[in-house]
Write a protein that binds this ligand. Sequence first.
Ligand code: ATR
Length: 273
Amino acid sequence: MDRYLVFGHPVRHSKSPFIHTLFARQTQQELEYGLAEPAIDEFAHALRTFFDQGGKGCNVTVPFKEQAFTLVDRLSPRAKRAGAVNTIKLTDDGVLLGDNTDGAGLVADLKSHGVTLADSRILLLGAGGAARGALAPLLAELPSELLIANRTYTKAQQLAAEFHDLGPVTTQTYEQLAGPFDLVINSTSASLQGALPPLAPALIHTDIAIYDMMYGASDTAFISWAKQHGARQTMDGLGMLVEQAAEAFTVWRGIRPGTKQVLRELKRNLGVI
Ligand code: ATR
């Protein structure tokens, strides 16, 4: 049976085996999907061993995505842009192909929620790896402006300069921000500490769409905060998780699974519905 897995540390709570097992059942693909949690300095060795022993492909999550970028034989254009790899496929000619499906997953999830990206004014909070992965796919949707705000302002400036050739990317400090924005995407890890990016409540209005790349069994700190200040459309990163997985599955198997039912089952599994 074809073998896949996700590498991460920690990875025990990963929902990827659940999602890919449902995709496989739905598309009638024979495969098994597991977990691997190598020590931080053992990842390169564990990756090589997995493929030497017949593995067909893997996902890579925190903290190994940047390392995976340096370990594959070939990079897809979107992985090159993202500077990180979350999906690896062993091709028929024995090449380890590194890809990145995170940004495509974000855009697919936004679209599935009916969010219009073309001609919209987007505010992206954060300038770390998650923001970097999102930029090219967001700019490909032709927003009128994509503004990056980050606590460490120089990182926002560096990121904007890197993606400048792809579209209208600008930067501002949190204090400088002036709305109205159509969509705010929180790519910061603030929610992990239950903290909030320092955004002025006045930027939230009833017609704004709020997206937090994080997710949990209950609202993230950022989503609760946005709701409190009047946002009606709020989305968390669970849909992005399923969509990036669907994209990875498509890369591996050449068949695209449906995501709606799988997302519903995942929510049930997490106790969200
Ligand atoms: P990831 O790969 O998940 O993006 P990262 O590269 O560590 O993780 O980036 C985390 C991002 O969240 C950064 O933009 C960070 O801001 P700094 O560049 O100033 O460190 C942002 N971040 C984390 N905690 C934050 C907080 N409490 N408020 C605002 N931004 C925060």
